[in-house]
Write a protein that binds this ligand. Structure first.
Ligand code: NAP
Length: 655
């Protein structure tokens, strides 16, 4: 973005008016209107364009062409005026107009409780308001005696590294892969990509104006993470091809003792004052146990371990699983395989979005890069379109009559729209519609993006099998009805061991308590998803009950968690305390609040099975909160909820 005080850049921008006028044609109306109000402050424009914006996506806007042209001209004229007068661009929009601006920009009512979060997320000044700054100068030698070990260099681990580096804190990231990226490195299956628009699914402190797609594929996202790591020279602090096998808290020494195994088999040890796990929830593939699996003679692999050596072109491929991964693989490989047999245990809901397939034009990239604040408003628009708006739809209305199929009036409405989409995409084929329509309410499992999945099902070389699998033979999958489905290659899109969080690491806290003993096999719990009693100086990013399943971006949640963790670290460093550990009461109070909130939500619906809940039916993975709630809960680290040892404010633990 042209910097607010860069008059030269602004002059250059308006100097080539022909190019500016042409490029502005690529701008979306809503963010461009926001730029005009932000910089010009004329509310009349809001009234003129508001009736034409009916929702937060660009395709919800139907402004007449003549009015659009007028808007573009007004923006170009305003920029020219700023350039000629040398006035500085205002960083903040006219605050008295902000409420109306947000409403018009989204075509919806944006409640006042969102304003602080929205301004923070837009980062208008470009100085990352989520950055945690020292409250008082910290002596170099204090920092010299403090270090953090981060496990994992995925989206979250890299962001954690960037923030630790900015604060001047020594850290090491242990990464089991040969490079950064985590899930975006490991998953390289055909069609792999993201379901959240990238101009929002990216760091708020480093917007990327060069996304080639609104919904990028794996390589683009992986390279974005890599670029962020490189730009911050994190490479020196990352130990690749090494895996943390064990971390034990040494209470006498007040530090973590960590065991690390290299891919070459060599082991080493490290100590750290603080350990931050950034391993996420979806890093250990879940292979099913199906009788005869080992007898299969062809290539067989999980989507997260795609075998690029296996030639699938012209072969008969069996795809087991139709979740987010399966739904992306199918349409990507159907055109090249001889036959694709899809084994579906239960259908998933999938929503269409016209931008899903669109590329970002060069002119649009230019606008994002050059028109002051355009990218910020564009990000806000996407943020709103994929966030809390869906949350009410996931709440069970106890008086709703049709509980099995939907939860409330809004949920029923969405169901109607989704059913209409499915029917139309499947050419109204009754058999395919029956097989593809879930019997549970929308959002019960993760809402997927229709990646032309339904159209793919109408292909003559694709079979959708809904009878359950009985066993596998050397060259076929046999279903319970006795039908033998010959296949040459088997792809398992069967998800991840999400609930067995932090597995297979051995993590032992104070008094010899281990994570497994504390959580059991599948009941992970943490205060605000980040801290556990008995595990001092251990923090989790993307931990229990932090998965976003109503909308939003996992990156947003990670940034909230990183801010909170950085504040906890600041508390340790500034006070000289040696450990910080959440108290039992706030921890259990939070668990209660989470469980109560979940009881009224779709994931607790008895008709739904998913990786979101454990064997006992407790929702362990998802956050029940709106983004604004979680952001507010984690904005300020509350030291009264924690026990400190050592240092100026630390109190010795009661015996
Ligand atoms: P998933 O959502 O857990 O789906 C696993 C699929 O495998 C389900 O269809 C499941 O059926 C089926 N399955 C599991 N065990 C089976 C068995 N023994 N026999 C037959 N079918 C079996 O896993 P995923 O698709 O890898 O997605 C996991 C998560 O990763 C997503 O929810 C999302 O958070 C993330 N992800 C995101 C994207 C994206 O942004 N586009 C892409 C991929 C993954 P049931 O439904 O009947 O259990």
């Amino acid at each position: 973005m042209t910097a607010p005080n860069d008059t030269q850049a602004l002059k250059a921008l308006v100097g080539d008016r022909v190019h500016l006028d042409e490029a502005l044609k690529a701008a979306d109306v809503a963010p461009l209107l926001m730029v005009l109000i932000h910089l010009g402050g004329d509310p009349a424009w809001l009234d003129r364009i508001a009736p034409h914006i009916q929702g937060p996506w660009s395709f919800h806007e139907h402004t007449p062409d003549a009015l659009k042209a007028e808007l573009r001209q007004a923006v170009a004229d305003l920029l020219a005026d700023y350039a000629s007068t040398g006035r500085q661009l205002p960083i903040t929009p006219p605050m008295h107009l902000l409420p109306r601006m947000l409403d018009v920009c989204t075509g919806q009512k944006v409640p006042a409780e969102y304003y602080p979060m929205v301004l923070e997320e837009m980062d208008l000044a470009g100085d990352d308001p989520k950055t945690v700054k020292w409250r008082e100068p910290v002596a170099r030698e204090t920092l010299d005696h403090f270090n953090v070990l981060v496990i994992g260099a995925g989206f979250s681990g890299v962001a954690m590294g960037i923030k630790l580096k900015e604060a001047g804190i020594a850290f090491t990231i242990i990464e089991k892969n040969e490079t950064v990226g985590g899930t975006w490195y490991e998953n390289s299956y055909p069609g792999c990509g993201v379901d959240t628009a990238n101009h929002f699914y990216s760091y708020s402190f480093n917007n990327n104006h060069d996304w080639d797609h609104f919904f990028a594929k794996r390589d683009e996202i992986f390279h974005y993470i890599q670029r962020n790591s490189d730009a911050n020279a994190l490479g020196d602090q990352i130990r690749y091809n090494e895996e943390v096998t064990s971390a034990e808290w040494d209470d006498a020494a007040q530090l973590w003792r960590v065991e690390i195994r290299g891919n070459d088999g060599k082991s080493s040890s490290a100590t750290a004052n603080v350990v931050v796990s950034a391993v996420g929830q979806l890093n250990r593939p879940q292979m099913p146990t199906i009788p005869g699996m080992d007898d299969f003679e062809g290539p067989a692999f999980h989507t997260a371990r795609w075998n690029h050596e296996a030639d699938i072109a012209g072969r008969r491929v069996g795809l087991i699983g139709t979740g987010a991964s399966g739904m992306q693989v199918g349409p990507a490989i159907a055109p090249i395989v001889d036959n694709l047999t899809i084994f579906q245990r239960s259908p998933h809901w999938a929503m269409a979005n016209p931008l899903y397939f669109e590329t970002v034009s060069d002119d649009k990239k230019w606008v994002l890069k050059n028109i002051p604040f355009y990218a910020k408003w564009f990000r806000f628009q996407l943020f709103w379109s994929s966030s809390d708006g869906f949350h009410p739809m996931l709440q069970i209305d106890p008086n709703w009559p049709d509980q099995k199929r939907s939860l409330n009036a809004a949920n029923a409405k969405i169901r109607e729209q989704l059913e209409a989409h499915i029917a139309s995409e499947l050419n109204h084929d009754p058999e395919l519609i029956r097989k593809s329509t879930p019997d549970y309410p929308p959002y019960g499992k993760r809402m997927l993006r229709d990646n032309h999945w339904y159209r793919m099902l109408t292909r003559t070389n694709v079979d959708l099998v809904t009878d359950h699998i009985d066993h596998i033979e050397k060259d076929a999958v046999v279903t319970k009805d006795g039908v033998r489905h010959p296949v040459d290659v088997l792809v398992f899109a069967t998800g991840f061991q999400a609930r067995r969080m932090l597995s297979p690491m051995h993590i032992q806290g104070r008094d010899g308590v281990t994570i497994r003993a504390s959580w059991g096999e599948d009941d992970p719990r943490a205060h605000l998803g980040m801290t556990m009693p008995g595990f001092p100086n251990l923090f989790l990013i993307y931990g229990p009950n932090t998965n976003l399943a109503h909308g939003g971006s996992a990156v947003f949640h990670s940034e909230c968690q990183i801010r909170y963790i950085m504040q906890a670290i600041r508390e340790l460093v500034e006070t000289g305390a040696t450990s910080v550990e959440v108290k039992e009461k706030p921890f259990w109070d939070y668990q209660e609040r989470v469980d109560v909130a979940h009881r009224g939500m779709v994931w607790s619906h008895p008709g739904v099975t998913s990786w979101y809940k454990n064997a006992a039916g407790r929702v362990t993975q998802n956050s029940p909160w709106r983004l604004v709630d979680y952001r507010n809960m984690t904005e300020v680290f509350d030291p009264t909820e924690y026990e400190f040892r050592g240092g100026a404010t630390g109190s010795e633990k009661a015996a």
